[in-house]
Design a protein around this ligand. Sequence first.
Ligand code: M6R
Length: 611
Amino acid sequence: MCGIVGYTGPREAYPVIIKGLKRLEYRGYDSTGVALQNGGLKVYKKKGKVAELEDSIVGKDLHAHVGIGHTRWATHGEPNDRNAHPHSSASGKLAMIHNGIIENYAQLKQELLKKGYSFKSDTDTEVLLNFVEDIKTNNHCSLEEAVRIALKRVVGAYVILLLDEETPGTIIAARKGSPLVIGIGKGEHFLGSDASPMLEYTKEVVYVNDYELAIIKPDELILKNLGNETITPYVQKLDIELAAIEKVGYDHFMLKEIFEQPQTIYDCLRGRLDAIAGTITMSGIQQYSGQIMNANRIVIIACGTSWHAGLVAEYIFEELCRINVEVEYASEFRYRNPVINKGDVIIAISQSGETADTLVAIETAKAKGAIILGVVNVVGSSIARVSHGGAYTHAGPEIGVASTKAFTAQLAVLTMIALKVAHDKGSIDKERYMHLLNELHEIPQKVSKVLESSEHIKRLAEKYKEASDALYLGRGYNFAVALEGALKLKEISYIHAEGYPAAEMKHGPIALVDENLPVVFVATKDSYHEKIVSNMQEIKARKGKLIAVISEGDDYTAALCNDVMVVPEADEILAPMLSVIPLQLLAYYIGVAKGCDVDKPRNLAKSVTVE
Ligand code: M6R
């Protein structure tokens, strides 16, 4: 939620910032703004995407060597020019951008109003900024000192970047709960919500931790804690190439990411799965393998698509490991004072590793003594760092707001963990274990095969793009795929879609079925197949339009349907990694056919860093 960028050094700051904001636009695109310092501060901001800001400031004085920029996902105050960041302080001498929520802003605002401050926006950010300015003025202290004092009063989550007219070339930054990366160049520094804005300039980065404050000048980076003690920055080397964050010929990131899946699943298995030796090596899981094997319960916490991956994992773990699994929405888990017993293991799943609800849920479980294993995509992210152990999904940067390749990589990792635990525990026989290892090894090739049908799915998209509603049904391992297919369709095309367990349909949703309703079945060959075919008959009898994801060679099911999308056969445990692909493509092509901005769907943001 919200992307922040900063630069200080010899380059022109504006082009660096604008390019960085475009890379971070997936984090929010309600409004955009920059503050540049060249003598005084110049602030330009506008409702809408980065391109709209660019158009609106053609011909303005943009010369500066230090600046900050922001792309917003609105929390406090509607998306408009006034509420866009950066905000200027009452004196106009300070500018600030913010990602997060200041929960006690109303109280701080009251205090400032009593002192005679007035506010130009409805944001919590402007309140914090003036609170800082008030401290700076009254204490006659530096901006750094004022920020430190202010943050001790702040309740909530933040990354803030500030410019002060009185300290040219310097950016003050601080973080709690939202991500901040500092890129180290030669005589220059870059700042970003993630590393993408700095990738072409440097591979050396510092991930700022919670409760840290940074004073950044072109040739100096000072990191301190809120107690004013200096901390040695831990410099890490980025392992991402520029092509990974560019569209490289695809029309959209979402399409690129869908097509990357054979490679991303392969990358996820590489070095871990040895189908010949019959081994799975996962160093971040290894040391907790005993605890997982003997766990009373595994609790999976996640949100959105990651939650759907968790649902598939529930079925897999219970089947292979014979361990009780519960899958929780992170936001619900945290607030209902969950019962965590000794011997419970938490698996937190997150693409971004920054989802606020998941982070807070982890903290809750950790405080109750649970072991936390993270299944995370973004290396060095908050969830990766607060987890005791876990495994990265190695899917590479996912930029399209709709999650695609992260989902299949999560499934690959979770399946490997389950197989490893089952093997160590002895709850799976050797033959089935080896069979699944071999099948898993073949999944990337089978995904490539599914992708060959993209033109066919594009034609289906044309046929069904005018639907106002759709029902997605699946059973067993494919139940969560139905949920995921429905989520993809609604977020990308704004068509109302519901996912349901196929058999539950009779208990209510069947009332929706008429000759206009497309009903998408995920009906690959598995142990539920006959049952789901009966459910399809029930829809057909009521004249619903039957569309199904089916296994290759299943002519009987194909004959029942109006349209089918075919995937290669696979063991039912692994089938979701294949059956989800046509549904991702269907949502994508329908979104494109309807003229939707598929990479940046309305109201959404990639990384949900507010609760
Ligand atoms: O980064 P995370 O995996 O923690 O994100 C969770 C959800 O916000 C995310 O999956 C969201 O639902 C996507 N828009 C789904 O496409």
